[in-house]
Design a protein around this ligand. Sequence first.
Ligand code: ARG
Length: 463
Amino acid sequence: MSDDKKQLWGGRFTAPPDATFAEFNDSFRFDQRLFAADVTASIAHANGLRRAKVISNDEADKIVAALRLLLDEATKNADYFATENAEDVHSFIEAKLIEKIGDAGRKLHTGRSRNDQVATAFRLWCRDEIDAIIELIRLVEGSLLALAKRHEDAVIPAYTHLQRAQPVLFAHWCLAYFEMFERDVERFLQARGRVNVKPLGSGAVAGTGFPIDRLAVAQELGFDAVSQNSLDGVSDRDFTVDICSAASLLMVHLSRLAEDMILYASSEFKFIELSDAVSSGSSLMPQKKNPDALELLRGKAGRVFGNNFSLLTMLKGLPLAYNKDMQEDKEAVFDTIDTVGISLRAAAMILDNTSLNENAARTAAATGFLNATDLADYLVEKGVPFRSAHEAVGRAVLFSIEKGCELNELALDDLKQFSDVIAEDVFVRLSLASSLRARSAIGGTSPERVREALAAAHSKLKG
Ligand code: ARG
């Protein structure tokens, strides 16, 4: 087939396409990834034609057997696509089929168009890829929970404005990302619901002209529903944006995780130790251990956002129904899926290769007045209005800064000058353990709440 490329539209034309046009127009070099999905959809279409008695049982059998053989050949032969010169994967498959079974193969395209064909194959492909992405998100979630488990009682400072704010359990930090990834799973599942609708049977634009039972074909392919309007069926690419926007938010979350870890791995923080397996050195500075894997995780977000934006721009203002612009949807989605896939695998591997320096994190959580809010809350419990308590503690912090010590290192008499309700029991309240214990409302960092949240997360992963 490489020499005499067979076009699907020969009859109307007297001259071959210009070589530059062919290069510009052909999508085979990238849409060959849809091969298995397109063959699968073609088998179901052949069965649909058979049931509608548009083709004979014998012809349908021949087509189905030959299509299965193609699948088999492609799996066994690594160069199956390499030597071929086709316009797109659809014409490639049809040509291969006709090569094998002649006229019966020429009947497969009855009652369908490449417009409903490509939309169907692409949706099938996307459905499987979404399932694979969800699996990988689960993998990252599992790694986060394992990391939390390795450092069950560890404490880190929580930050606002990247300034030390209040102590939290390290597991609470892990679970924050778990929550984000749970929403990502939810978004991919929602996208999957809208992906899993079958356009086949929309024909080129007006609907198929043959009495094919669209629902039966949908069932064979595992689609939940069939599209309800042929114009929309062939031109709806919303699902590609659904996927790429779910992917964009997922990359936002991965990049935030990466950024936290890059900071925590720096000498300024020294909270986490990345293993050599995920770090690289400098060609010039012998002492360096760089968090390249994390930086890539942070950096890959950009191309995924870009793909999402390309799709929106490509679709904006397109007249109904199919337009060739839509061929551009493939590479944007392929690159998104590839990028998200490797990013998730990298994230899981990095988390598995991370350990917390519990002492450094605890020291940071215990210094810098992270218990100032606890002192204010203590005053409130003793009847001081919060605003006045805030003011008094602010002055106490200033006093401590001048003395060069922490609030809990002040003498009781020193503390009493800021409020006469302060008594000996204040020191217990200013401890790290008490500060954590006090945050026991739902969603807080108290050890009890975090234990429950970890258990809930584990059962979500299992369920
Ligand atoms: N390669 C095309 C695509 O990806 C297939 C559909 C072609 N349809 C057409 N009417 N030219 O969109």
